[in-house]
Design a protein around this ligand. Structure first.
Ligand code: PLP
Length: 476
């Protein structure tokens, strides 16, 4: 066939590559690529996905509407989308070793938050009672977060929430108190799983509490689903009614959500979950994202992923051990999973200060509440995840180097705090960014060393990291 000419009228833009069609956006993407390459990504909820996942995510499947389910759509032209969705469901069940007679899965959620709200919608009536781990104790916003002044998320606005907490001295979930409170509160739903909990979960305990109170049990395994898939952590499937997850944390896929539902306890649960996703909470599925989830699930089922997950845990533990060797306090004294919760209060620092300084030296992490913090706005710690750096092929030795960088950040923070002569964040940041003292000089030196170290490791998704465009104006 001879080639089909590209029109030169108003449709021409439809055929231009991004660099030509929109150099401004292209440059932002290139700058972000460089940022990811030259920095150390320690945010526990992020990862660096594969080239194939990104190709699928950026594919022509974005064009298609497919409201409904495979074989029962509200739009025509869905024969291939049906194949894709069925394949994704099959792979999702296989990835977690689930019997399709017992478990089903909805793969249409746009993200973890929408997956959770859809699951709540499927299980609960408005104003039903829920119990999840409190946000300042490591839970997620969507598990019923409220403050003294405000019901923050829809999960607290539309349902009655009464959180459980961790023990103030150990940082571990206070099981006894949770049980006693559940016996009084009689939640319709108990939620396990969290965003900043460094230890494994006792799902049998949660099941027993739920059973004693006639509650549903939902696990949000968003953070650890890659480790569960690789059998590196306990599986929630034996005990839970519903399991939700994001697909972009340890599972290393695109940004999306999955809802697994147990079919052998309630006959209509499948219909309720599916109807909760669409039409109750969402419209048309994002088929490009679903195809990327499908690719990521294939990769997570590969034996190589098991090695990745093992290494994630070994790296988190190596990082924890090294921080420990400097005398720092870690919540629960260590980690069973991919993350470490570093309590900065004993050294007189806040999470905000360390997050800010780390940013200045191209180490990305986030401030986080630690046990006993009363405010999520001025938290006393930081959360550190090993998942992204493990995707960059780093091992235990490399994580020790990362811990050494973090130790130097703390030392520099001490210098800056003295120079600022006050404990206020704004004075501290001013010294770090525009000061002419020793602290700022040390930060600059550390920034150079971090970048030298990070750029030795390839960036996933980029076939040749040496080709990544550098931006001299961003050098510091
Ligand atoms: N659930 C947990 C446990 C999470 O940690 C997160 C996000 O970090 C979510 C749900 C929300 O996911 P998303 O940001 O995709 O909505």
């Amino acid at each position: 066939m001879s080639s089909i000419p590209i029109p030169n009228d108003f449709n021409k833009v439809l055929y231009q590559p991004l660099a030509e069609a929109d150099p401004e956006v292209q440059e932002i993407i290139e700058r972000e690529t460089y940022r990811q390459f030259r920095g150390l990504e320690l945010i526990a909820s992020e990862n660096l996905t594969s080239l194939a996942t990104m190709e699928a995510n950026g594919s022509i499947l974005t064009n298609k509407y497919s409201e409904g389910l495979p074989g029962a759509r509200y739009y025509g032209g869905n024969e291939f989308i049906d194949q894709l969705e069925v394949l994704t469901q099959k792979r999702a069940l296989e990835t977690f070793d689930l019997d399709p007679n017992v478990w089903g899965v909805n793969v249409q959620s746009y993200s973890g938050s929408t997956a959770n709200f859809a699951a709540f919608t499927a299980l609960l009536q408005p104003q039903d009672r829920v119990m999840g781990l409190a946000l300042p104790d490591g839970g997620h916003l969507t598990h019923g977060y409220y403050t003294a002044k405000k019901k923050i998320t829809a999960s607290a606005i539309y349902f009655q929430s009464f959180p459980y907490q961790v023990d103030r001295s150990t940082g571990l979930i206070d099981h006894e108190r949770l049980k006693a409170n559940a016996n009084l509160f009689k939640p319709r739903l108990v939620v396990c799983g969290g965003s900043a909990y460094p230890r494994d979960w006792d799902y049998k305990f949660f099941y027993e509490v739920a059973k004693a109170n006639g509650s549903y049990l939902l696990c949000d395994m968003a953070h650890i689903s890659g480790l569960v898939a690789a059998k590196e952590m306990n599986s929630p499937f034996e005990y839970c009614d519903i399991v939700t997850t994001t697909t972009h944390k340890t599972l290393r896929g695109p940004r999306a959500g999955l809802i697994f539902f147990r079919k052998d306890r309630e006959a209509d649960i499948e219909a309720r979950v599916n109807a909760a996703v669409f039409p109750a909470c969402q419209g048309g599925p994002h088929n490009n994202t679903i195809s990327a989830v499908c690719v990521a699930l294939k990769q997570a089922s590969d034996p190589a992923f098991k090695n990745y997950a093992k290494q994630v845990r070994a790296n988190a533990q190596a990082l924890a051990a090294k921080l420990f060797s400097y005398g720092y306090k870690l919540q629960t004294d260590g980690s069973d999973n991919h993350l470490v919760l570093w309590d900065l209060r004993p050294i007189g620092l806040t999470g905000s200060k360390i997050e800010k300084l780390c940013d200045l030296v191209h180490i990305t992490l986030n401030k986080n509440a630690v046990a006993g913090d009363t405010s999520a706005v001025v938290p006393g710690g930081v959360r550190i995840g090993a998942n992204a750096l493990t995707s960059r092929s780093m091992n235990e030795k490399d994580m020790e180097k990362v811990a050494e960088f973090l130790h130097r950040v703390v030392e520099i923070a001490g210098v800056l705090q003295k120079e600022a002569g006050s404990k206020l964040l704004k004075d501290f940041v001013a010294k770090a960014t525009t000061g002419d003292g020793e602290g700022r000089q040390q930060l600059k030196q550390l920034s150079v060393e971090v970048q030298e170290f990070a750029t030795k490791f390839p960036l996933p998704g980029v076939p040749d990291s040496a080709s990544i465009k550098r931006f001299p104006d961003a050098e510091e």
